[in-house]
Write a protein that binds this ligand. Structure first.
Ligand SMILES: *Cc1c(COP(=O)(O)O)cnc(C)c1O
Length: 399
């Protein structure tokens, strides 16, 4: 008997454990040197100028929406085939989420549908777009950035599924997800099912210095210790007149921020995991190739993630007939495939905001067929073969 096979799982090595233990024995559990080290290494990995480590991917999205000054009533466009957090960050700031349908080939936000929305309303109606590199496949950020510029919108790229992923731009150059060239801000998550695990954790990348500075403040209560930006007078800060500089204790809370920090020991784990990220993607690509070949000529497979350059393979999705039957059959055989995602606009919370079945037909039809097969670097070849053989058995032996 095989041990249970999940759809995704973390891989913790002895080096990871040593790195965390070393930090636990250091002077800092939080707000120490590992955070900046992790941020710098991560920025270097994706090719952005700046990176800000935060408590989780949802906090990253919230801080992005705050830094971009999403306000009550602001309309922001995103995809329904994503984890709810991609949309929820707009709601945290009182904005309105407008879902646009997906491209049935790529499963990504359909840029044509986004453009239709933009052209159907007066300029200024929409404030931003949140495309998602769903399953690890990068959106064409060059095209989105051109469209956003034309309409004066910002972009938050939700790259939670795609650290290390890339797309090829119009000149054929590889552009990594979150490299800061196309989106104003990009976000990542370090939840254990994602590529890099930190327990909980998140990262925001950007090339924009102003946004970077505002994110740093928002992450820590809106507090700054940078005397260049102080608003109160030195005399006030010192508690008496006649002072020539701000006293050492002085800091200012200049805006309403949060405590969305990542700890030092989580940063140590993330940093150690990051050093194996490329290895992990290599293995994911190998697994994707095997799945693709196995299902290539199967009539009951209606679509699959396939082998795509730059795909980071957070998920390997196939679309099948009798998806629910397959899901249950695999579970009976201890294979815990998963469904990504129930369309966000049909969650009761968003139905309350006028969304209903039929609004986004491509996303809804995808949802009826999709299933994510086990995909993670430590999935063994014999385990993958077992998964494939169980899929065959379900359809070919007519269970
Ligand atoms: C995981 C995930 C998030 C949220 O990240 P957390 O770290 O779990 O808060 C947001 N968007 C997408 C697409 C995700 O997969």
């Amino acid at each position: 008997m095989m041990k249970p096979i999940p759809y995704g799982r973390q891989h913790i090595s002895q080096e990871d454990i040593d790195a965390v233990v070393a930090t636990l024995k250091s002077d800092y559990l939080t707000q120490g040197p590992k955070i900046l080290e992790f941020e710098n290494a991560f920025a270097n990995y994706v090719g952005s100028k700046y990176a800000v480590a935060v408590a989780n991917g949802t906090a990253a999205l919230h801080l992005c929406a705050l830094a971009l000054e999403v306000q009550k009533g602001d309309k922001v466009i995103t995809t329904p085939i994503t984890f709810a957090a991609s949309a929820n960050c707009v709601r945290y700031c009182g904005g309105e989420v407008v879902f646009a349908d997906i491209d049935p080939e790529t499963y990504l936000l359909d840029i044509n549908k986004v453009e239709e929305l933009l052209l159907a309303s007066p300029k200024g109606t929409y404030k931003g777009i949140i495309p998602v590199d769903f399953a690890g496949r990068s959106v064409d950020m060059e095209a989105f950035s051109l469209l956003a510029k034309e309409h004066g919108l910002w972009i938050i790229e939700d790259s939670c599924h795609a650290p290390g992923g890339f797309f090829k731009d119009s000149k054929g150059v590889q552009q990594k997800c979150g490299n800061g060239k196309f989106a104003d801000l990009a976000i990542f998550s370090f939840h254990p099912v994602k590529h890099i695990a930190a327990g909980e954790g998140g990262m925001i990348t950007t090339n924009d210095e102003e946004l970077y500075k505002s994110l740093l403040m928002l992450r820590t209560h809106g507090i700054t210790k940078d005397s260049e930006t102080f608003k109160n007078s030195i005399d006030f800060a010192a508690g008496q007149s006649g002072f020539s500089e701000y006293p050492g204790w002085y800091m200012e809370m200049q805006t309403l921020g949060y405590n969305y920090r990542l700890t030092d020991f989580q940063s140590a784990l993330g940093l150690s995991q990051l050093s194996r990220a490329e290895e992990g993607i290599e293995r994911r690509r190998e697994l994707a190739k095997v799945y693709q070949n196995a299902f290539r000529d199967k009539k009951y497979v209606k679509g699959q993630s396939g082998v795509i350059d730059g795909h980071a393979y957070h998920l390997y999705v196939i679309e099948v007939d009798d998806r629910t039957g397959l899901y249950n059959y695999l579970r009976e055989h201890k294979i815990y495939a998963q469904i990504h995602y129930i369309p966000c606009h049909l969650m009761p919370y968003y139905r309350d905001q006028k969304w209903k079945e039929g609004d986004l037909p491509q996303a809804e039809s995808y949802y009826k067929k999709c299933i994510s097969l086990p995909m993670y670097p430590t999935l063994e070849s014999k385990e993958q073969q077992y998964v494939i053989s169980q899929v065959f058995e379900f359809y070919e032996k007519g269970v």
